[in-house]
Design a protein around this ligand. Structure first.
Ligand code: F0G
Length: 461
């Protein structure tokens, strides 16, 4: 469908609704203090617009709910597994389809089988859980983003790409035998939800062929990536998004997916590959930690909903609305002088808090301070990606400034309408005028590992 109107037409009707958490500013002030300025500690019912994550927070369709009712809950050989397997095989072309309860379970199983001390995994950028699972085996996770990815202000069509020359240099330095896998994360979540071009995927594929290194996709947001290729890459405008997605998979030796994103479900994931030796090892761990081969930590109904979601997500009317919604939010923020990673990503917008709040020094957590103000003034919940999340500390135990201070506004799929997004822009416009009054924060207490989830903070003096 051609779309030239300014209004975003959500391409669905709403059949079931949930009330938003409407609170007063005074209630939010109390909630924020009780949560120790950590938004992970806020009860969701006290949040008006929840942009903490796009993971597992989407709305399922009537067809998916229908699938839930006919899910086959047999322990072994459930019909729902075969529907799930057939759908994934058809899309990805991989022979071995292993269900898992979410993305990180696939990472744990895969890297447990192939990584380990002395090994390196190379990537455009590892997502946090991917990195953590690589490092847990004793291996090192190496990121090779392109240079333009780090210039937040200047737009470029494929800031998710890998720097192929830098990757090759690294392979030559460390030896291909020490690099069991190359992972391309599509879209690149850690650096702004930016897409990877088909050309870059092909270049990485060729590099991997040359050195005998398998290439996998971390394909949580594969449909958004494919749609960006259609929109932005020369030669793809006329190709159906499903075919673009199939070609992305064709370039890879395997993939894993957190289905909580582009499979439009609330829980689930898979690992899919051709290598029989790796899949046999992965299945051993699967049975040990997730469940039997035909359910892998999921209920039959979940498998059914994933199979349906993987088809629905490639509807181009849906993708048009999805990508347009994120762009609309990004454009709205830029209009009010709020700096973002430009262009906006597929699953949301990343606000550059370092640039927005230059009066707050990194040790006083500018991105966390902005996220808290956004909640206090508008009941909106985003997530800090900065000094608190990266959590690196000096010898004195003090937090060291992270290279970036971002607030990610991730948009749940099929949940909010254009008027909700207009409201978010309005709150930002209001905040932009008063940003000098936003105060930094200081730590009250913080654990050593993953401090952002449970740290306690207070307003800095
Ligand atoms: N890979 C990518 C690219 C991800 O974005 C995520 C999760 C995972 C793997 C792990 O999957 O959560 O199902 O175990 N991202 C979520 C987020 C948590 O908020 O960006 P999971």
């Amino acid at each position: 469908m051609e779309w030239n109107w300014k209004t975003i037409i959500e391409p669905f009707k709403i059949k079931s609704v949930e009330p938003l958490g409407i609170t007063t500013r005074a209630e939010r002030e109390t909630a924020l203090e009780q949560a120790h300025y950590n938004l992970f500690n806020i009860r969701a019912e006290k949040v008006l617009i929840d942009l903490l994550t796009d993971s597992g927070t989407g709305a399922m369709s009537a067809a998916q709910w229908g699938g839930i009712m006919v899910g086959d809950e047999s322990y072994a050989g459930a019909r729902s597994y075969y529907n799930f397997e057939a759908e994934i095989k058809d899309l990805t072309g991989f022979d071995e389809v292993i269900p898992v309860h979410q993305g990180r379970a696939a990472e744990k199983i895969l890297f447990g089988a192939i990584a380990g001390r002395g090994k390196y995994i190379i990537s455009n950028s590892h997502f946090d859980t991917t990195r953590a699972n690589v490092e847990f085996t004793g291996a090192e996770a190496m990121d090779f983003p392109v240079k333009e990815a780090l210039d937040f202000d200047k737009p470029a069509p494929f800031k998710g790409n890998a720097d192929v020359a830098a990757m090759e240099k690294f392979i030559k330095e460390k030896g291909a035998k020490n690099i069991p896998l190359c992972v391309m994360t599509v879209t690149n979540n850690s650096l702004g939800g930016q897409p990877v071009s088909m050309e870059n995927l092909k270049a990485v594929r060729e590099l991997c062929n040359k050195h005998g290194i398998p290439m996998f996709l971390d394909c949580a947001r594969f449909a958004e990536n494919a749609y960006f290729i259609k929109l932005r890459e020369k030669g793809w405008a006329g190709c159906p998004v499903r075919e673009i997605a199939e070609q992305m998979f064709e370039l890879a030796d395997g993939a894993w997916m957190s289905s909580k994103k582009d499979a439009l479900v609330n829980i689930g994931g898979f690992l899919a590959l051709n290598n029989k030796e790796w899949s046999a090892k992965a299945r051993q761990m699967l049975i040990l930690t997730e469940g039997f081969n035909t359910y892998g930590g999921l209920a039959g109904r979940d498998l059914e909903a994933i199979a349906i979601g993987l088809r629905e997500v490639l509807d181009e009317n849906y993708l048009q609305y999805r990508i347009r919604s994120s762009a609309y939010l990004g454009e709205g923020l830029l209009k009010h002088g709020v700096p973002i990673i430009n262009p906006p990503g597929g699953h949301g917008v990343y606000v550059n808090a370092k640039k927005f709040l230059p009066h707050i020094k990194p040790q006083q957590f500018p991105a966390q301070a902005l996220a808290c103000s956004l909640y206090l003034e508008g009941g909106i919940r985003g997530v800090e990606i900065g000094t608190l999340m990266f959590g690196k500390r000096g010898k004195d135990g003090a937090f060291q400034a992270a290279p970036m201070e971002l607030v990610r506004l991730a948009i749940p799929r099929r949940v909010y309408t254009q008027s909700h997004i207009d409201y978010v822009i309005e709150v930002f416009a209001w905040l932009a005028k008063r940003k000098k009054s936003i105060k930094g924060l200081e730590i009250v207490e913080a654990p050593a590992i993953l401090p952002h989830f449970t740290a306690k903070l207070k307003l800095a003096k």
